[in-house]
Structure formats: structure tokens, C-alpha cells
Unconditional design. Sequence first.
Length: 266
Amino acid sequence: MHEKIKVGLGTSTVHPETTAGAFETAAELGYDGVELMVGVDRSSTDINYVESLRDKYQVPVLSVHSPCLIITQNTWSSEPWEKLEVSTKAAKRLGADVVVVHPPFRWQHDYAANFVTGVREVAEKSGVTIAVENMYPWRVLGREILAYHPHWDPTNFNYDALTFDLSHAAIGRADPFQMVNEWGSRLRHLHLTDGHDSMMDEHLFPGEGDMRSWEVLEHIVRSGYAGHVIHEISTRKMPSVQARREKLRECLETTRMHIENARRTA
């Protein structure tokens, strides 16, 4: 009997709605849980409040996305290792088993210098899986700028656990099948989204870009993937809350259909 793959809603997906709106949406649509994106709105940084939302809506927190965007550089702390440790503590309190983190920016010299070994140490100390996410090169006037250190692509570094984001892979012009095959059992977490070869981090609905997202999902499930599948999608241009929820309802149903199809044909 296969362990159930849980499908979660990234709280940033409902932006400009708040974290509360994400929990309400997840409850209404029947998601298995949420991924808490820390720092997108102020309420997401208050773990007491997030815990109350979890209990009110009876929606588990599956994963915590550590605050590592440029706009969240001072969220929880200005010291990156402290931010990561606080993220693991939040995950344990909320019942999440994964923390997602980005590679450091190049200007975070001390953090970047020991990132690979430091992530392992924090994970072992906390008992929480820390899954490093693939990012992408920045491009200016056709030239690539490596904004992340040791690299935006975590493939060739000695991380124990990785998060695969299909929108980021699109910008990086990566072959998604090759990437997940090279990662093997290190693939522990999936941001199911989509994108094109562009400079924009689009976070489209699966199937709306060039990454063959549904095929990738079935491929990794047939390969034995048992981690969470998180919808991290940009819906800010949707005309209404109801339109957003209807689109997400369809996406959730389609995601579960592809997971079941892959397991039947494995």
C-alpha cells in the first residue's frame, strides 16, 4: 500500500489575500495542508496566529518556507542562520516535517561560505528535513549574473534533501526530467507550478508553461516519490476570490488524478 502523497497549498498562492485566506481556501477545497510562506504578509511571521489558523480550519501545516527573499531579509532576524533555526523551530511547533530554503545570495559571504555543511548541521540538530530549492540565474541585457552561492542549481552539491520548483527550472533552462533523475532520492519536496524560458519567475498553473509539469509529476511518482506536492502558483491577477478558488479546485483535482494515474501505471 502506497503512502499517500499530500497535496498542499502554498500560502503565497492566494496573494494578495492573507495567510488566513490561504487556510480558508485550503479547507474549502480539501487540500491536505498548506506550506507556510513566511514573510509574504505580516501575519505569516506570527506562529501563535498561524497555529490558531491551523486549529480553526483543521488544515495541517505540511512545510515551512524559510524567509529568504530579498523582501524578507529582516524577517525573524537579519542573521541567516538564526532565520533558518527559527524556521525549523516553527516547523516543529506547527507539525511540519519540511523546511524549504533558498541558496544564499552571493553578498551573504559568511552564510554562503558554509552553507552546504551548515544546512546539514541545522537539519541534524532540529530533526527537520531542510530541502534546498533550485533557483535560477539572473539575466541583464542577455548576460547571466550568478546571484546565488554556491550556485542556483543545487544538483552538484552535497545536500541531503532538495526542493524542485518548475518555474525556477524554466528560467534556468533546465531539463526537468534530467534534473529530477540526477537528484534521485534527494528530491524530497515539489513546488508544482510552470513557466517559460524568460526572465520572469511566472509561477503559472501546471500545464500553462513549457515544463511539461503534469508529465514531470507522473514521472517522479512512478519513480517512487513520496514527498509533498505544493501548489506555489501566482494567482494575483485573478478577477475575484471565487475565480481563484475555482481555478485552484480544478488544479487540485487534476493533480490528484495524475498522482493516481502514475501509481496505477508504475
